[in-house]
Design a binder for this molecule. Structure first.
Ligand code: TYM
Length: 333
């Protein structure tokens, strides 16, 4: 039976890329009546420095964001990674399966560690092994993510395959990435060659889930475009990354394809299209942000939901960890 797992780092500043690339897909999977687990990966977040009080706040805010976006704690298991100890335990075993060379080839490692990699945390290098553990501790078969996580999911398959091969078992499944929708890679509003990200120094480059309606409208109005209007077919977006990005965002928000959007909007100038996009974004995001603030008024309730989720997650993870330890030959498994 299929089982879905995905995670988001509680490092603050949930943005439109996270929503369209990941959370919308989480909700879709929840609607399909299969088992879904969604995780705030706080142990991944601390691979780079996180202020403790902010980590706590950001974890609760991410949980509120999940619920406000339509994830229902009665249908999906929502939990915090560090609250389910099996993740770290399996991650250690995977640290011993994965090879240094695999880790050093990851583009995220290269981007985040930069030139001063001697001074990066060991956790940042081991990051993808923990991610593989997140997924495989549940034998999850489907992982909805944005395009930037594709390489990590290929590595997850490599780790599963090497474990199975080294120990001569057929134990860990091959996980399928689910990279769907019109906006699997949302780009910066200021530069169509960079992805929208929480680490971009310019706040105008991204739309945050908690932005006010005025801020959303302003950021879209000021978004970089070219002087031409919208084409009526997607081929007309070739070499126009900023135009393509806005069309993809519109399509993802409207749950349409880019083709459908252009069939309707082709011929319009950006002066006309941008206000329509802003209205759509506000209509979609404002209720989520309002609901997030409401949920954040009762953090004890959020903590209860996460504790319940952790207990449910642990129930699935514990027997898989036990079996893994037996396979490895650990006494007392
Ligand atoms: P993170 O926290 O950076 O991002 C969370 C999700 O949002 C997607 N995303 C985007 N999608 C489209 N356009 C963008 N500009 C954009 N920016 C971010 C990401 O692809 C991701 O799906 N390593 C993961 C977290 C993780 C995980 C896991 C995911 C840890 N363990 C296990 C899946 C399964 C990460 O850093 O995502």
């Amino acid at each position: 039976t299929p089982r879905v797992f995905s995670g988001i780092q509680p490092s603050g500043g949930l943005h439109l890329g996270n929503y369209l690339g990941a959370i919308q897909g989480f909700v879709k999977k929840q609607e399909q009546d299969i088992q879904t687990l969604y995780c705030m990966v706080d142990m991944h977040a601390i691979t780079v420095w996180q202020d403790p009080a902010e980590l706590t706040q950001n974890t609760r805010e991410l949980a509120a964001g999940f619920i406000a976006s339509g994830l229902d704690p009665a249908q999906s298991i929502l939990f915090n990674q560090s609250q389910v100890a099996e993740h770290a335990q399996l991650a250690w075993i995977f640290n011993c399966v994965a090879r240094m060379g695999w880790m050093k080839r990851m583009t995220q490692w290269k981007d985040k560690a930069g030139k001063n990699s001697e001074n990066a945390s060991l956790g940042l290098l081991a990051y993808p092994a923990l991610m593989a553990a997140d997924i495989l501790i549940y034998h999850a078969t489907e992982v909805p993510v944005g395009e930037d996580q594709k390489q990590h999911l290929e590595l997850t398959r490599d780790i599963a395959a090497k474990f199975n091969n080294d120990y001569g078992v057929d134990f860990f499944p091959m996980t399928e990435p689910v990279i769907e929708g019109a906006a699997t890679r949302v780009m910066s509003l200021r530069d169509g060659s960079k992805k929208m990200s929480k680490s971009d120094p310019s706040d105008m480059s991204r739309i945050k889930m908690t932005d006010s309606a005025e801020d959303i409208a302003k950021k879209i109005r000021k978004a970089k475009t070219d002087p031409e209007g919208l084409p009526s077919e997607v081929e007309g977006l070739t070499d126009r990354p900023e135009a393509r990005n806005l069309v993809n965002i519109y399509a993802a928000l409207a749950e349409q394809s880019a083709e459908e959007v252009l069939a309707e909007m082709g011929g319009k100038q950006f002066g006309e299209f941008k206000p329509l996009l802003a209205d759509l974004a506000v209509a979609k995001l404002a209720p989520i942000s309002t609901e997030m603030s409401r949920l954040m008024q009762d953090t004890a309730e959020i903590d209860r939901i996460l504790a319940k989720g952790a207990a449910a997650a642990s129930e699935i993870a514990a027997p898989i960890l036990k079996r893994t330890k037996e396979i490895v030959g650990m006494v007392g498994a």
